[in-house]
Design a protein around this ligand. Structure first.
Ligand code: ADP
Ligand code: MG
Length: 473
């Protein structure tokens, strides 16, 4: 498969995993690939025609019948365009190849992929299905910063000594900050290093398992529920806030909790809020949660976001085309939810796979992400207000500030404007650089340092800056 297509296909599978069980992926998608992508027009709007090669007519029928909509939706998300999906069989490809293309030589056809597969090793994931652990979430790829350091350290301690240190272990924080990732990391660590039985479930799964006993009124079913939830060494319940309101299930969870706790089995719970704020949960459960250790994951700061962006980009061929400025641009303009950061990278890469740029510069990134990130580089921002105030004060034009002119009567006001942008807006260095005639990162930093230094003993400059600030409007 064309390497660019393989990146898109892997992104696609990765997202599909959120919607479809891994055994379905294994059965239906394993030997499929993107065969070609063409541009088309439909109702005057651009359209991507995506042809997926499928191994057999049987699979083709199944995909058409069951998954067509899902495939289309995901591809539309990836390309941000309408997509039409087609399937092609090996014999059809053969015919087409004979007609139009010179034969691919074996070397190209068998070329190994340089990119790591985000969908890692579906078979080994299958083997662990009874624990529900997702192997790709590990401590190794959990990036640490000030906001999650405590949670990560405690999680590792729990993983090293399950049932002994912090029981229960309660992680809370807003959506997308890594709670589920840390839980799986603990689970994977324990399963790898010990023979302990680990079970990860979402609270919805717990509720549905429990409700189905009640519906069946079948004692053997109740037994199997007990076996499943009590015959283990580590129980993890994700997003426990959803137990709120489900009173019977809460009672059952209470018994399960006590049973495991009394046997020194590790219990790990996550929630989007602290135990005290879980108002819909019974008091006796909330009290139990506070017996162990409760940690909070806070939203990431820019430094952590940058490290996360870098780490998530690693390993893809296109990553070589991405500089620090793009990393900062994504980190500064994405939301705190790490899924949003991942989405930005997927889009950027999918766009790069189609456009095949020589270099991914800010303009390219902005084009790819303008509808996705909160601040498009070109949005009329506070930067332009500051530029206007400075230009007015010095009787020059905003174009002068953005120009290449280096005479002192322009250069100094430009440095003041840059300083003001950095100090009074939350714009990143690259973005400020771009707004000042695409100047380099280092020029922007230098300008800020220069003005900061001058301000230390130049009272006149202090007055000027005060006046300009008053005029920013
Ligand atoms: P939550 O359960 O808190 O809503 P998740 O654990 O599902 O969040 O995280 C959402 C996505 O962000 C996952 O793909 C996860 O791998 C990633 N993620 C979150 N925090 C980090 C981090 N510190 N390092 C690396 N990836 C992270
Ligand atoms: Mg989660």
């Amino acid at each position: 498969m064309n390497e660019d297509y393989s990146i898109i296909w892997k992104n696609f599978l990765n997202q599909l995993k959120e919607l479809v069980t891994s055994s379905s992926i294994n059965t239906w998608f394993k030997n499929c690939k993107i065969y070609k992508i063409e541009d088309g027009i439909q109702d005057n709007r651009p359209l991507k025609k995506i042809t997926i090669s499928v191994p057999s007519p049987y699979i083709k029928d199944a995909l058409e019948a069951r998954y067509l909509e899902t495939i289309e939706e995901l591809m539309e998300k990836i390309f941000d365009k309408n997509c039409d999906i087609f399937f092609i069989l090996p014999e059809e490809i053969e015919k087409q190849t004979e007609l139009e293309l010179p034969k691919m030589n074996d070397e190209i056809a068998n070329k190994p992929l340089n990119n790591p597969a985000p969908v890692e090793n579906i078979t080994s994931y299958e083997q662990k299905i009874e624990s529900n652990l997702i192997e790709k979430y590990t401590f190794n790829n959990f990036i640490i910063g000030e906001s999650n350091r405590l949670a990560q350290t405690a999680a590792l301690a729990v993983a090293e000594q399950p049932g002994k240190l912090y029981n229960p272990f309660f992680i809370h924080g807003k959506s997308g900050l890594g709670k589920t990732h840390l839980m799986h990391a603990i689970g994977n660590y324990i399963s790898k290093n010990t023979n302990k039985r680990v079970l990860y479930v979402t609270s919805e799964k717990f509720i549905s398992d429990f409700t189905s006993i009640n519906m069946r009124k079948d004692t053997s079913y109740a037994e199997s529920f007990k076996n499943k939830y009590r015959n283990i060494d580590v129980l993890m319940i994700d997003d426990i806030q959803f137990l709120g309101g489900a009173e019977k299930t809460q009672q059952e969870f209470f018994h399960t909790f006590n049973n495991l706790y009394d046997m020194n089995k590790q219990i790990i719970i996550s929630s989007d809020r602290s135990p005290d704020d879980l108002k819909l949960l019974e008091e006796r459960l909330r009290t139990r949660f506070s017996w162990g250790l409760t940690v909070n994951i806070y939203p990431p700061d820019i430094e952590l976001k940058k490290r996360i962006v870098k780490d998530k980009m690693r390993g893809y061929d296109v990553a070589q085309l991405v500089g620090e400025d793009i990393i900062e641009y994504i980190a500064c303009n994405s939301e705190n939810d790490v899924r949003h950061i991942e989405g930005a990278i997927t889009r950027l890469y999918a766009y790069a796979a189609i456009m095949k740029p020589q270099k991914i510069d800010l303009e390219f990134a902005n084009d790819a992400l303008k509808d996705y990130l909160k601040n498009s580089i070109y949005m009329d921002s506070n930067i332009s207000k500051i530029q206007k105030a400075v230009a007015d004060y010095y009787h020059i034009t905003v174009e002068d500030l953005k120009s290449k002119k280096r005479s002192a009567n322009i250069n100094y006001p430009r440095q003041i404007a840059i300083y003001l942008c950095r100090t009074y807006t939350d714009e990143s260095f690259p973005k400020i650089g771009l707004e000042f005639g695409n100047r380099d990162h280092s020029t922007i930093i230098h300008a800020c340092d220069k003005i900061k230094e001058d301000l230390k003993n130049n009272n006149q400059l202090k007055e000027i800056i005060k006046e300009i600030k008053n005029n920013i409007g």
